[in-house]
Design a protein around this ligand. Sequence first.
Ligand code: MRU
Length: 349
Amino acid sequence: MSRFQTLAWGDQALVLLDQTRLPGELVYLECRQVEEVARAIEGLVVRGAPAIGVAAAYGMAVAAGEALDQEPGAFRRHLQQARARLARTRPTAVNLFWALARMEEVLVAGNGLDNRQLYERLLARAEALRAEDEAICRSLGRQGAGLLENGFKVLTHCNAGSLATAGYGTALGVIYAAQEEGKQLRVYADETRPLLQGSRLTAWELRQRGVEVTVICDNMAATVMRSAPIDCVIVGADRIAANGDVANKIGTYGVAVLARAHQIPFYVAAPVSTLDLSLASGDQIPIEERRPEEVSRGFGRATAPEDVGIYNPAFDVTPAELVTAIVSERGVARPPFGPALRQWGEGAG
Ligand code: MRU
């Protein structure tokens, strides 16, 4: 069991573990207004594709709660504005839009209900999505655990763990499931510049669960692949196109290239809600660009001169040909990915 909870509902508020304060402080933030939820997503208080989706779902319940006293027409308009606001927070993780669509279904089905009934249904749906996400991660973990053998050294990038989901994790979920089968693993966590999700979050949560972890700077991955040596790479995803191209944290593509050069399997773990079968390839995935200060003033200190250009894409796309397998709650897919992903997507219908 985790000694922390990434997100939960309590006292008519969405309660988020503030990930910007980790690993130094374990602090929870209460969001009672939809604007607070939106800012928490933008500011990475809550982050990771599945967690963003679940937080946005709760955001719709928060929006309903704050407008209960309005007349029904104004209440519905408020919910539509809330949905639009939440949809503008982060463009890359498709789980956000997937979760908002699941909340919209509640609004459509609840035509004729009063404000309070609608609020209760939205909250119940958000709670269901949270529980479903955790259950999905657990079965995804079991599906992927067979890829990891006792004694493996596993490299990961960014954080695709309990902190990035409603609980358990995707890439780290596979590691936890292998550990629960009695396998001893050592994880190498790329620090993940510029915001250090690997060193701040992945290393922290792996230690919470007793997994051995070594933090490396991103530029050490090639050396570690050769010298450790690494047995496999496993990462999460923010969006997977119909052909198996994978958007994930910036730097993932470079890790995949290095893995291929060292003949190391490169695995992607993601729930079916991360598939975007409407996109033929990764070229069409919108990539978020974040504030230059995240690069030039990393954690408040000047890390570049003021008068230089800064480029700060938050994600990149790894071409399907560099991916050895994709793990979801439905199984393990190998190339060519198209047929398996289509089957998974249709099954999710
Ligand atoms: O910018 P972040 O921290 O939200 O990016 C997170 C990632 O890239 C994760 O690897 C991805 O969302 C998968 S989380 C299970």
